[in-house]
Design a protein around this ligand. Structure first.
Ligand SMILES: Nc1ncnc2c1ncn2[C@@H]1O[C@H](COP(=O)(O)OP(=O)(O)OP(=O)(O)O)[C@@H](O)[C@H]1O
Ligand SMILES: [Mg+2]
Length: 443
């Protein structure tokens, strides 16, 4: 940006020119930029063509999509050298071209299908309605991370700063706050407050003066397991403070986070007309799921594909895993796989195991009973089949918690599980019984 400001002097790039330049910089094709931005392919090409012409004129050398990165980088390093010679006494730092966007370990989403309704809704919430806090909720592998990156790419031109961070490895809050504050202040914030509260106040000061899009992936990794969903692990309560204050206080930025579980304190704040919202992700549609199967080279009859997609309720990770297995072990024959293979295995089993170990004893009991029932049940029916018996209050609390973990489906007072989850709990139950029979200690 510094280079562009210098070479274009008083002229500014339009939003669309800026978007094309940024995405070309990241290696996107014109077709991908068009798909990302919702513009026509030819229009994007035209914007690109004119942009290279403007830059060629300003820099006095031929610039095209293929060499823009090299030329601007060279120009930038010359500029930085001159600047540092001019001001050796000050620690003046020229912001680099990429400094306003920090994508951390964001995954590649160039092969992304569907989710158009979700994308439009998120644009409406984040851009039109200026929501301050947005949660993307859903079970493992459903596509939360992918959607968060896609949306950030689409909305980047609306923000002064975009930063994407995964906290899968339980990043301590103080480290996150330091990264966020230094990034948004362009390394100029000299006073890093000692307390978490002070750090959040400092961050919010920047969120007020600039429009920033912050994305935090995997919030569930700092939530406790083994009790009702949503409590923060010891030492990570600061994340709760951060989410609460970003949701409650006035500023012009937005924090989007993904999680398999709703963190405590969130539900009371969200609402259709409030600046805090949540979007629960369900599986991809038939067509989009078929596209995922096709990327793995799995193209079978529509009927077979549909059966497979239904079995895995359009979970993109599940579809990718089974498609690979079908290719390797069943020569691409879906019906053989459907007849012979267990539903849950490999990484899918691992993900559900992780989710299982996070459940409280009551939640596990409810999940086993729902798996045994195999169908929609009411609260009363569920209570009758729970052994040992638990109170209505405990049952309601367990159901609420399971809902917050995206593990049950509910429809007007009736409850069940997705096929994938049901198969896992059935297998788990059978395994447990098989272990108990020889010991004659049947629970
Ligand atoms: N709409 C989509 N189109 C194509 N691929 C997708 C889509 N959504 C997700 N995927 C792919 O499916 C896989 C799982 O998605 P992702 O990692 O986003 O799930 P997740 O919900 O974040 O899971 P977890 O809870 O484990 O973090 C990834 O390989 C991702 O690229
Ligand atoms: Mg994820």
């Amino acid at each position: 940006m510094v280079v562009l400001d210098r070479v274009l002097q008083k002229k500014h790039l339009s939003n669309i020119q800026e978007l094309v330049l940024k995405l070309c910089w990241k290696g996107y094709t014109y077709a991908e930029i068009a798909e990302n931005s919702g513009y026509d392919d030819d229009y994007i090409r035209d914007v690109g063509f004119r942009l290279w012409q403007t830059l060629s004129k300003a820099l006095g050398e031929n610039i095209a999509k293929s060499n823009v990165k090299t030329v601007l980088r060279r120009y930038y390093s010359n500029l930085a050298q001159t600047e540092s010679q001019l001001s050796t006494t000050t620690a003046f730092q020229i912001p680099s071209f990429q400094q306003q966007q920090d994508w951390g370990e964001a995954i590649d989403v160039s092969m992304f299908y569907g989710r158009t309704v979700e994308q439009a809704l998120l644009r409406q919430w984040i851009v039109d309605e200026k929501c301050r806090l947005v949660m993307l909720l859903g079970m493992g592998g459903i596509g939360k991370t992918a959607l968060s990156v896609k949306v950030a790419e689409q909305l980047q031109s609306q923000f002064d700063f975009v930063i994407w961070r995964s906290i899968r490895n339980s990043l301590p809050i103080v480290d996150l706050m330091r990264e966020l504050i230094l990034f948004i202040s362009q390394q100029t914030e000299a006073n890093f407050p000692e307390t978490i509260d002070g750090q959040i106040s400092c961050l919010i000061k920047y969120l007020r003066s600039q429009r920033c899009l912050l994305l935090l992936d995997n919030i569930e990794s700092i939530l406790q397991s083994g009790e009702t969903a949503g409590h923060y692990c010891a030492g990570y309560e600061g994340y709760g403070q951060l989410l609460r204050r970003v949701g409650d206080e006035v500023h012009q930025s937005c924090l989007v986070f993904t999680s398999r579980e709703t963190p405590s304190g969130f539900t009371a704040r969200e609402g259709e007309t409030l600046p805090v919202r949540s979007l629960q992700l369900t599986g991809l549609s038939q067509v989009e799921s078929q596209q995922i199967l096709a990327t793995k080279g799995l193209v079978d009859s529509t009927v077979e594909c549909d059966k497979l997609i239904q079995r895995y309720t359009g979970n993109p990770l599940a579809l990718k895993i089974v498609a690979t297995t079908i290719q390797y072990l069943f020569d691409g024959n879906i019906s053989q796989f459907l007849q012979q293979s267990p539903v849950v295995f490999g990484d899918l089993w691992e993900i559900l195991e992780q989710q299982f170990h996070r459940l409280s004893a009551n939640e596990k009991q409810v999940m086993y009973s729902l798996a045994v029932k195999q169908n929609w049940v009411t609260l009363k029916e569920l209570q009758q089949c729970l052994v040992p018996h638990i109170s209505e209050r405990e049952l309601l609390e367990a159901l609420l918690s399971l809902q917050r973990r995206s593990l049950i489906e509910q429809q007007s007072g009736n409850y069940t599980q997705q096929t994938l989850v049901m198969e896992y709990f059935t297998d788990k139950l059978i395994g447990q019984i098989c272990c108990e029979i020889p010991t004659r200690e049947i629970e």
